[in-house]
Design a protein around this ligand. Structure first.
Ligand SMILES: Cc1cc2nc3c(=O)[nH]c(=O)nc-3n(C[C@H](O)[C@H](O)[C@H](O)COP(=O)(O)OP(=O)(O)OC[C@H]3O[C@@H](n4cnc5c(N)ncnc54)[C@H](O)[C@@H]3O)c2cc1C
Length: 595
């Protein structure tokens, strides 16, 4: 008897067909509510004009369902040396990832934002179209959405802050053309090297240095270690480095463009030590790097570098929020489609009252988050076209949307795994990958704490809350005016009163935040969360009243009816902090650390 025969105790059991298969689909073409939303916010003519772009990226997503799973199972690897023993520091990707690059970049996920009318007559909806279409690809492949974000971000910074000198201008313009191309052979992908080993939140502590060198391409060389470098083999990198004799803190940081292949062989000065073994986003390489005299072009000097980088950070925070609502939507989609086919107690899950109530709550939260996120996108479009109020709104909505949506993405993916049940926990389902991928969203580009403190700064230093409060009031007014007698789900006058009372409370709490800085830090998460929830509710109220598409109006009303009953959702930890609770911290923290 052979070993195989010894252990072959049970016959193969054929599948019974009781586990439903969720088939790949074009998530844009199937999203009737999303289509109505984009027609409403971009204008019917604008949406019609760019509908093909949305559809193309939805189709790229459909083609990527299986490719994304393959790329996750076959992560990139680092090849440090050539067979001849030369240092090459190259990254090898699985063919599935390369194919998705062709689908996404070739579909214009970045390029569309830098060509045609989106940089001309339609500039006012540039981000609305770019992020709107990208949302459908991001639902399928979030690992690559990070490099896409940075490719767009590097192009944006070079466009906004093109160096004045002819050499710098030429480098910037050529780089933008490569970043925006749809031809994969010509494409340069972007990256952002910011975080160092001593900490990512406190960028002012950064120690990588820039040394002037008249013989170097761009006049500088960078030296030092960067600890988290996603898309590590990118061709166009923005890096922060401390300038000679510069002041301490963020003011002394310069912003530099490092091109991997300009001058030829510059990659030899960018030593990649290893790719990090990550919990999620495994399709994309995040490396640890030492800059060993990388030749660099100065984009912004003392007092300027970090401010310019903040423009990229804000864009990538918005990408993060879009990736979050996309990741949450994918989780929801998988759970809902599964429930249409799976049976329990003689019925489809879809028909079981409690299962339906759970999924409806998840959908309400996702839709509320979607509306908040795309309002933030609209505010960036307003800011970019010279609207000062829009700029203030973007300033405060960006950290709020990024923080709350990152949390939502994790919570919804986790709930979706349970909603599917045991089969959702198995790696053959996309849900474990979605959960792992979503878990980076609250961390990367600023954690919830850092964004809460940033929101305090936006309030205290820039009074950005005034623009937010103004927008909330406008939404309430529009909702009441348009809603007439109301719907079954929303009674406009009563709802408007609730929203106004919540706004008053939010405003009243600002006094406490201003009075006591230490207490303000403890209260910051709660204020951010409440501000985000109130904004989404006001926007849903407005949409329920003003959307001409009945499906959109009803979906907004239904979502509002459920969301407004739950005061806090995304960031329960520290959301209910108060001065009185401070005294409970020493013992509880000691208990936490087993001290
Ligand atoms: C997969 C992945 C990819 C990444 N890619 C990149 C990249 O491409 N480029 C890049 O530059 N960085 C990248 N990062 C780094 C990321 O931006 C940082 O991890 C993040 O900014 C947090 O920094 P840190 O990890 O050093 O945490 P720390 O700064 O050490 O913070 C640790 C904890 O302390 C909290 N904390 C810090 N300060 C305060 C405070 N004042 N009050 C209250 N709490 C505080 C934080 O909220 C956090 O919870 C990546 C990270 C990951 C996980």
């Amino acid at each position: 008897m052979t070993t195989a025969q010894t252990f072959q105790t049970a016959p193969y059991r054929a599948p019974t067909g009781t586990i439903p298969a969720v088939e790949p689909t074009n998530l844009f073409a199937d999203d009737k509510v999303g289509q109505a939303y984009f027609a409403h916010t971009l204008g019917a003519a604008g949406f019609d004009k760019y509908r093909g772009h949305f559809d193309r990226l939805g189709e790229a997503g459909r083609e990527s369902f299986e490719l994304a799973a393959l790329a996750d199972r076959n992560p990139p690897t680092l090849r440090t040396h050539s067979p001849q023993g030369d240092r090459i520091d190259a990254v090898d990707y699985h063919a599935s990832y390369r194919h998705m690059e062709v689908l996404a970049y070739g579909g214009g996920i970045v390029g569309a934002k830098f060509t045609g009318d989106l940089v001309g007559a339609d500039r006012a909806i540039r981000h609305g179209v770019g992020f709107g279409a990208g949302y459908y690809f991001a639902q399928v492949e979030s690992g690559m959405y990070c490099p896409i974000c940075m490719t767009d971000g590097v192009a944006r910074i070079l466009e906004m802050h093109t160096p004045a000198d002819p050499f710098g201008r030429d480098v910037a313009q050529r780089t933008i053309a490569h970043l925006a191309t749809r031809d994969r052979a010509e494409l340069w992908r972007g990256a952002m090297f910011l975080t160092e080993i001593q900490g990512g939140s406190d960028v002012g502590a950064n120690a990588v240095v820039a040394k002037p060198d008249a013989d170097a391409f761009g006049g500088y060389r960078l030296f030092g270690d960067k600890w988290f470098c996603s898309n590590v083999d990118a061709e166009a990198i923005l890096a922060l480095a401390r300038l000679p004799d510069a002041p301490a803190g963020t003011r002394g940081l310069g912003l530099f463009l490092v091109l991997r292949h300009e001058p030829t062989g510059n990659f030899k000065n960018i030593r990649i030590h290893r790719l990090k073994p990550k919990f999620g986003t495994r399709s994309m390489p995040t490396g640890e790097v030492t800059l060993e005299g990388a030749e660099a072009v100065l984009i912004g000097g003392v007092n300027q570098g970090f401010k310019m980088m903040a423009d990229m950070l804000n864009l990538s925070r918005l990408y993060n929020a879009v990736a979050s609502v996309a990741g949450a939507k994918r989780a929801l989609f998988e759970a809902a489609r599964y429930g249409e086919g799976r049976r329990a107690f003689g019925e489809k899950l879809w028909d079981l009252p409690l299962w339906r109530a759970v999924v409806a709550d998840m959908a309400a939260e996702q839709f509320a988050g979607f509306v908040l996120t795309f309002e933030t996108v609209r505010s960036l479009d307003r800011a970019d076209t010279g609207d000062a109020e829009g700029a203030k709104l973007a300033r405060i909505l960006t950290p709020i949307a990024k923080a709350t949506m990152g949390k939502l993405a994790v919570a919804l993916a986790s709930e979706a795994v349970e909603t599917v049940g045991g089969n959702g926990y198995i790696e053959e389902s996309p849900l474990p990958r979605v959960l792992r991928d979503n878990q980076v969203l609250p961390i990367w580009e600023g954690t919830t704490n850092i964004l809460s403190l940033d929101t305090l700064r936006a309030v205290g230093k820039e009074q950005a809350h005034e623009a937010l409060f103004g927008r909330i009031r406008e939404a309430i007014r529009a909702g009441v005016k348009a809603a007439g007698g109301g719907t079954e789900a929303v009674q406009p006058r009563a709802q408007a009163e609730l929203l106004r009372a919540a706004l008053e409370d939010l405003g009243a709490r600002l006094g406490t935040l201003a009075a006591d800085p230490a207490l303000a830090q403890r209260l910051a998460r709660g204020w951010l969360e409440d501000a985000g929830r109130l904004t989404s509710q006001a926007l849903l109220f407005e949409l329920a009243g003003t959307a001409t598409d009945p499906l959109l109006a009803w979906t907004a009303a239904d979502a509002l009816a459920r969301v407004h009953l739950r005061p806090q959702f995304a960031t329960p930890f520290a959301a209910t902090a108060s001065a009185g609770l401070t005294a409970t911290e020493p013992r509880l923290l000691a208990y936490a650390a087993a001290r």
